[in-house]
Design a protein around this ligand. Structure first.
Ligand code: EPU
Length: 337
């Protein structure tokens, strides 16, 4: 089951040509335990892969890539208002969204079409269009690599923040998510707080109270119009997080750039990194096979044949130029390997 020198190009969305020294897939907790018991695997650096939609490889990976293919989608219980849905970590995230819509359950329709797997969703508390994973999260199960034991994590134990969780912080590389349970609503509670959803619903001719499926359609429409499809142009979604600045810093910015967008958050203001990058002149910038997407400045793209190091170098140049122009530090959201 262990393969050697495997091209990772088909297994991540940036489409970079790199190899893993060792590669294996697992479809159950038992298969995962069996892999982790192999001396070759124990001695190697381990990388757990879902669908590789938040990764930039800058070189060959001199360790073992373990691809999570644990499947399964089921309603495990329900009460009058909510249903608990469990999904195997290797299910596609959008597959779970569609399953929920098919079961008339709402709560994750705003997260339609986010690339990636269910198991990767909690690692960075995925979010879009006014919703986050943590809004519906109930619990997850994860295997501790050191002991092979399964542990259940509650919402509190996951330590969710903006694109953050304990699995990216203190517990990094210690657990492998095997399944996730969400608490979804049996009575539709569409969230159309995000302005673009409302205007898109109008553009799509949807009047009156939108259903969760309508909201999903609107989100799919917005994503398709702004974000590059990884099947066509290599990318990993937002490359940077949106930085948070103090109110004082924001007031200074506003004085100089009255049109600067910003969203209040506890302790300051969140400024869209896409705006800072666009103002710094990078939107649509192209350097041979790689560059900055022309419809969303937060997304770095591989038009075909780019090297991971070149994309990383471009990212650092963008960080330096935003720092120079605005005195604001951008941080990558994508895992750079
Ligand atoms: N903007 C620009 N130039 C651009 C794009 C956007 O100036 O090229 C400005 C506009 O003012 C716009 C604002 O940025 O109003 C916000 O843009 P958008 O709604 O596209 O969202 P974002 O803040 O750039 C975040 C997430 C996305 C998510 C969208 C929608 C992060 C790092 N990114 O982007 O998530 O889809 O909101 O909710 O928080 C991802 O994580 O991979 C991702 C795509």
């Amino acid at each position: 089951m262990l393969e050697h020198n495997v091209s990772l190009r088909p297994y991540h969305t940036f489409g970079i040509e790199v190899k893993a020294r060792l590669f294996a897939r697992f479809q159950s907790v038992d298969e995962l335990r069996a892999l982790l018991a192999l001396p070759e695997v124990q001695q190697a650096e381990q990388l757990i892969l879902g669908s590789g939609s938040n990764l930039l490889f800058t070189k060959d990976f001199d360790g073992v890539v373990l691809k999570n293919e644990i499947r399964g989608l089921e309603i495990i219980s329900q009460d009058e208002d909510t249903a608990l849905v469990r999904a195997g970590a290797g299910e596609s995230w959008h597959g779970m969204v569609q399953y929920a819509l098919d079961q008339d359950l709402s709560g994750i329709e705003n997260l339609s079409l986010i690339p990636g797997t269910v198991g990767a969703a909690p690692l960075q508390n995925i979010g879009a269009y006014g919703a986050e994973l943590k809004d519906t999260f109930e619990e997850l199960e994860a295997l501790e690599t050191a002991t092979g034991r399964l542990r259940t994590f509650s919402m509190e134990e996951c330590g969710f923040g903006y694109r953050e969780s304990v699995f990216k912080g203190p517990l990094k590389n210690q657990y492998i998510v095997t399944s996730v349970v969400l608490r979804l609503h049996r009575r539709a509670q569409p969230n159309v707080s995000y302005g673009a959803i409302q205007t898109t619903l109008q553009d799509l001719g949807i009047e009156g109270d939108p259903t969760p499926r309508h909201v999903s359609e609107a989100v799919v429409h917005i994503r398709r119009s702004k974000l590059p499809d990884p099947a066509e142009i290599g990318n990993a979604g937002s490359f940077f997080k949106n930085p948070e600045v103090s109110q004082h810093k924001f007031d200074e910015l506003k004085a100089q750039y009255p049109e600067v967008p910003g969203y209040p958050v506890p302790g300051g203001v969140k400024v869209p990194a896409a705006w800072l990058i666009e103002q710094s002149g990078w939107k649509g910038h192209r350097r041979g096979p790689h560059g900055v997407h022309d419809r969303q400045a937060l997304v770095l793209v591989n038009h075909g044949g780019a090297q991971g190091q070149d994309i990383r170098d471009l990212a650092y140049e963008i960080i330096a130029s935003v720092r120079e122009k605005f005195g604001i530090e951008l941080h990558p959201e994508v895992n750079i390997m």
